[in-house]
Design a protein around this ligand. Structure first.
Ligand SMILES: NC(=O)c1ccc[n+]([C@@H]2O[C@H](COP(=O)([O-])OP(=O)(O)OC[C@H]3O[C@@H](n4cnc5c(N)ncnc54)[C@H](OP(=O)(O)O)[C@@H]3O)[C@@H](O)[C@H]2O)c1
Length: 315
């Protein structure tokens, strides 16, 4: 049956490969890509070549106002029957800054805004449009473990604090440093797992949520804001590691993401999928108290961008 999958982060890297696989493997999918600037139209044209059903909505996910307007447009198109039923949301967009001082237009720290709040607002605003069975996939990261085994010391582990602190700039020591920016990143990825656990408890039966970990995937645009040496290493040297079990190629990571999105990889709601199999995330990532607090805070942070009836859902 024809259905719609909404996807962020499809313009490049892992998401670009995944989008192509989703369309090739599932001819019944209408893929609606959310991308910033003029990249969305170009992306939809390129992905749609060969007759695939692809459309786009423009949004910079660093702005909750832009997320609201994109989600509302998608919601209205679904309601008017211009799109087939919604059966998937893929929150794959992600960002890593070189400091913890980058503030978005709503006053939130940008890593937290893009990696956590944008997904939360999409889920809230589209919640009443999902048709079961549906799957929400949020891309997380090995860095949430915070140990050497999972990131070879490249990214500091998460440093959990009250969500009111994490959501703002300067949440970590020496906030102008790359270490603080990367701590914001790993902490935001821990937050995505907390929210997946909370969604699994709160969303209606048949609307499943999973967290997807692609492993370390060198050669994508994720380190594009880093200094020239880090960028060179990420682009030219570390890709060699994809020949070892310590890293995943962009193609393999994208293919796995597509399989997670399409349900080829089966997993109960609330699962953590490490590449292509269900696994346990870090011990720290199972914490109902933090999960509840983060969910409450995310509800509060995004409340101003909700219409009245959506405010009362998912409570
Ligand atoms: N690479 C790794 O080692 C690795 C490991 C674990 C998890 N991940 C996660 O995998 C996901 C994909 O990352 P990637 O490695 O493929 O990196 P990437 O090549 O940089 O892709 C990131 C995607 O997110 C989009 N994005 C970022 N900020 C945005 C914003 N403000 N508004 C709209 N779109 C935005 C980018 O769009 P633009 O083209 O407009 O920038 C791009 O499509 C991320 O969630 C990342 O955290 C990556």
């Amino acid at each position: 049956m024809h259905h719609t999958i909404v996807m962020t982060g499809a313009s490049r890297g892992i998401g670009r490969v995944a989008a192509q696989h989703i369309l090739c493997q599932s001819p019944n999918v209408h893929l609606l890509v959310v991308a910033r600037g003029s990249s969305g139209a170009r992306l939809a044209d390129e992905l749609g070549a060969g007759g695939h059903a692809v459309s786009h909505v423009v949004a910079d996910l660093g702005s909750l106002e832009r997320v609201r307007s994109a989600a509302t447009e998608i919601h209205d198109r679904l309601e008017r029957g211009e799109l087939p039923p919604l059966r998937g949301f893929v929150g794959n967009a992600g960002i890593q800054h070189t400091n913890a001082l980058t503030e978005g237009p709503d006053g939130f720290e940008s890593t937290f805004a893009v990696n956590v709040l944008a997904n939360h607002l999409f889920v809230r605003l589209l919640q009443d449009r999902f048709t079961a069975p549906a799957r929400i996939v949020i891309t997380t990261s090995d860095t949430h473990f915070g140990d050497f085994k999972h990131n070879m010391g490249m990214v500091p582990g998460p440093a959990w604090k009250s969500p009111d602190v994490l959501a703002r700039t300067g949440a970590f020591p020496r906030p102008h440093t790359m270490a603080a920016g990367r701590t914001a990143y790993s902490t935001s990825k821990l937050a995505t797992i907390y929210l997946v656990h909370e969604y699994a408890r709160r969303l209606p039966a048949g609307i499943d949520t999973v967290a997807y970990n692609p492993g370390f995937v060198p050669g994508t645009g994720l380190a594009r804001n880093a200094n020239p040496i880090s960028r060179f290493t990420m682009r030219r040297i570390l890709p060699v590691m994809t020949l070892t079990p310590f890293a995943t190629s962009r193609n393999a990571a994208g293919r796995c993401l597509a399989e997670v999105v399409l349900g080829t990889i089966q997993a109960p709601t609330g699962s953590y999928i490490d590449r292509n199999r269900v696994d346990r995330s870090s011990e720290e990532s199972y914490d109902p108290q933090r999960e509840g607090e983060l969910w409450q805070a995310a509800q509060r942070f995004t409340a101003a961008w909700l219409p009245g009836q959506a405010r009362s859902q998912m409570t």
